[in-house]
Design a protein around this ligand. Structure first.
Ligand code: AMP
Ligand code: MG
Length: 405
């Protein structure tokens, strides 16, 4: 058996990032940045006012109250303002550029007749009631990022805040990896499509739905390959037809040691390795790179049990897609939580227990624990708690690593 950590490391080395394209910012949501981006503009791009009020030289308001003539009026967007004469003030609005020479903003509230001072016409003069220190309420150019600074590294996932940041530093387009296309293939002669009638011995195929949607959640495109029976000829036909346009394939079922384990049977001589991973659920796993129609296509062969599929998709499926889409952050965001329950865990295997939070502690999501066939109850799960290989019994009060989903 190999450890979960070792196997995940193997999957993180499977395949290469897919090709890139340059797209407008709004089209890049959820995609992965493909090159280092530098700031074309500083943030803020010029010194400006953080308040509605009056731009002054701090030396002119050291002794208050003091009355200064108002020389001009500066709304946001005005660009033709000359030097602020010593001993004067300029009325200024939030976001407007500071006139050269000014170094301090006096908030309107700190002036006499404040309620009058922001009416349509600027007042002829203002009285500053109390001293304001140098630099107050000035947003200085470049205080967030300077021109030419490195703004975003390749491998970062782009979302609303990253993309608005790129807009603010002068970019309208961004180079991203296109979404990898992942073929999803369920195997099993017992499977019927969702909604179809089942005869005794048959079950609805729930894995296809689970895997294709987790593929999307990981940032790839899903293509459902028609599901295969447990006849190798059937599987061969589906794979041969599918290979040409896929960046990766994820199969479920048929990887354990049974007589009809078609995936293992058919792929074991085709550069796909089958392993026993020391984890529960999800012990039987397969992975490798298939040559389909002259192209190398990474493949993950997950077990068939739905809870195993879910855990395998979170820990391995997402790692494969991270790799193919160029995403660099593949750390599992473990958090340490105390459990208020006790349970036995399988000896010699790490356990991924579906959990929820209750009263600030972590508890099992269902009475069935990590039973790998409990596909209905899986929806109650909010996290996966990790019980290391060497632990055989979890006791109430123990601290566990939890991955909140
Ligand atoms: P296998 O790994 O093929 O032996 O499958 C293990 C278990 O998972 C069996 O009980 C299968 O019936 C079940 N199973 C396999 N594929 C699916 C699927 N696509 N949807 C729901 N259950 C499945
Ligand atoms: Mg099967």
């Amino acid at each position: 058996m190999i450890s979960f950590e070792e196997y995940r490391q193997m999957i993180l080395g499977l395949g290469q990032p897919v090709s890139t394209e340059t797209v407008p910012l709004h089209a890049a949501d959820g995609l992965v940045n493909a090159e280092t981006v530098f700031a074309r503009y500083a943030v803020p791009p010029f010194d400006n006012s953080a308040m509605d009020g009056f731009a002054v030289r701090a030396v002119d308001i050291e002794n208050t109250p003091v009355t200064l003539p108002v020389s001009t009026d500066i709304p946001a967007g005005r660009t033709d303002v000359g030097e602020l004469e010593p001993g004067t003030a300029a009325r200024i609005m939030t976001g407007a550029p500071l006139p050269p020479g000014a170094d301090t903003i006096v908030q309107v509230e700190k002036t006499a007749n404040a309620d009058q001072n922001m009416l349509t016409e600027a007042p002829h003069e203002i009285t500053v009631l109390e001293p304001v220190t140098h630099g107050t309420h000035v947003r200085f150019s470049g205080e967030d990022i300077a021109v030419g600074e490195e703004a975003l590294a390749p491998g970062e996932v782009l979302g609303p805040t990253q993309l608005s940041a790129l807009a603010s530093i002068g970019h309208g387009y961004v180079k991203v990896h296109r979404k990898p296309v992942i073929g999803v293939l369920s195997t099993g002669s017992e499977l019927k499509k969702p909604g179809e009638e089942i005869a005794p011995g048959q079950i609805p195929d729930s894995n296809t739905t689970l895997v294709r949607l987790l593929v999307r959640a990981s940032g790839a495109k899903d293509v459902v390959l028609s599901s295969s029976s447990d006849d190798p000829k059937d599987l061969a036909a589906v794979l041969d037809k599918a290979g040409a346009y896929l960046d990766g394939i994820i199969t479920t079922g048929g990887v354990s040691a049974g007589a009809f384990d078609v995936v293992k049977e058919y792929l074991k001589d085709k550069n796909v390795g089958f392993h026993k991973v020391a984890m529960q659920p999800g012990k039987p796993q397969g992975s490798g790179v298939l040559n389909l129609g002259g192209r190398d296509v990474p493949i993950l062969c997950l077990p068939g049990n739905p809870v195993s599929v879910f855990v395998s998709m979170k820990v391995y499926g997402d790692a494969l897609i991270a790799n193919l889409s160029g995403r660099t952050n593949t750390e599992i965001p473990w958090q340490e939580w105390e459990t208020s329950e006790s349970w036995k865990t399988p000896p010699g295997r790490a356990q991924f227990m579906p959990v929820v939070a209750k009263d600030g502690k972590v508890v099992r999501a269902t009475s069935g624990g990590s039973g790998s066939h409990l596909v209905y109850s899986l929806m109650k799960t909010r996290g996966l708690a990790f019980v290391p290989t060497e632990v055989e019994e979890v006791r109430a009060g123990d601290k566990l690593k939890v991955w909140w989903l």
